[in-house]
Design a protein around this ligand. Structure first.
Ligand SMILES: C[S@@+](CC[C@H](N)C(=O)[O-])C[C@H]1O[C@@H](n2cnc3c(N)ncnc32)[C@H](O)[C@@H]1O
Length: 332
């Protein structure tokens, strides 16, 4: 039974994506709504919308009342744009069109241990995203924003910045972690480094005219090429999930940029310590397909960090799903 449902997992993913794209959760504003009301609000035919909602309610995303009207559930509320814990962009990100082109090749990727992305799209994942898939790039940035806004405060709460005057966030996305740290530590200065298309939309607090702009520098660059940033503390959060060569190059570039003794805090989800193993292992497989990468175990990450030349100290949970590895650039 379960195996048949599992084999139809794509239908569940497509249904949740369709609801997110149509904005059904946002349209359900009152305590309940009929299918006709919802269909008018999201501009669909009522009968197929009922079929979509029925499929979703099997999984607890929306629920149907006895009178046939639909109500929110905890999960359907997370599809709303205005929910503080909204997962709408994470749902879209996990089901973007490119994902449907790479999943069928999972057997090949498992056989070779390598990404299939270049074979399917003719270029590397981030090049495709930024050059050919503007809408997916936007969805990616919004999804990263959602997840990093939610974790930025946890990171700021955990990290002790005693003695740290300058902090750099490498591959820091739109800079929410950096902005939270600078807000919490009014003496600190910070640098955000990420790809040009990403920093162009950096958090408005960090940009010219923003509340933190006098203490923030934004660098558009490629951390695998060069990290032209001198800082007391380097943060490397959720980027060491790609191929090992990129991980090694990035860490070695941090070491080359940093002074001996500088702190490097590496923050990752761990595949052997996750409260949500189905999500984490699914993301692990998607990382294999798109960037030839992986979610790490505690040990596999320690191995890679050590091999690059950093020393690893304390490993602490940041929140339920992230861990921080406190590392240092060796004093030569
Ligand atoms: C999963 S996101 C994590 C973003 C951020 N650190 C966070 O935790 O929210 C990975 C980030 O790495 C960036 N990235 C990918 N390739 C990069 C490169 N070669 N140089 C710099 N940043 C890169 C992406 O643009 C993206 O912002």
């Amino acid at each position: 039974m379960l195996l048949r449902e599992l084999a139809f997992g794509a239908a569940a993913a497509a249904a949740v994506r369709a609801a997110a794209r149509l904005g059904v959760a946002d349209a359900l504003t009152g305590s309940s709504a009929t299918v006709d009301e919802l269909a008018a609000a999201v501009r669909t035919e009522p009968a197929p919308l009922r079929r979509l909602l029925r499929a979703l309610s099997c999984y607890g995303v929306f629920a149907e009342n006895e009178d046939g009207a639909f109500v929110h559930t905890d999960m359907s509320r997370l599809l709303r744009d205005d929910d503080p814990q909204s997962l709408r962009y994470i749902v879209l990100w996990c089901t973007e069109p490119w994902t449907w082109d790479v999943w069928p090749r999972l057997d090949e990727a498992v056989r070779s241990g390598s990404s299939v992305f270049r074979e399917v799209f003719g270029k590397e994942f981030f090049d495709h995203l930024h050059q050919d898939a503007a809408e997916s790039a936007q969805v990616f940035n919004r999804a990263m924003t959602t997840s990093s806004m939610q974790s930025a405060l946890d990171v700021a709460a955990l990290l002790d910045l005693t003695g740290v005057a300058t902090v750099a966030d490498i591959g820091g996305g739109q800079g929410h972690v950096l902005a939270s740290l600078l807000e919490k530590h009014p003496e600190a200065h910070g640098t955000l480094l990420d790809l040009p298309g990403v920093v162009a939309r950096a958090d408005s607090r960090l940009r010219d005219g923003g509340s933190l702009s006098d203490r923030a520098r934004i660098v558009a660059g490629d951390c695998r090429q060069n990290i032209p940033v001198d800082a007391d503390l380097y943060i490397v959060k959720n980027i060491l999930e790609w191929d090992d060569e990129s991980t090694g190059k990035t860490l070695r570039n941090v070491i080359a940029a940093a002074r001996p003794g500088a702190r490097v805090v590496i923050i990752e989800n761990l595949v052997d310590d996750s409260p949500s193993m189905r999500f984490t292992t699914a993301m692990d497989l998607l990382l294999l397909l798109n960037v030839g990468g992986a979610k790490h175990t505690r040990q596999s990450l320690v191995d890679r960090i050590t091999r690059a030349g950093l020393t690893v100290g304390e490993i602490q949970p940041v929140n339920a799903y992230l861990h921080a590895f406190e590392c240092a650039v060796p004093v030569r």
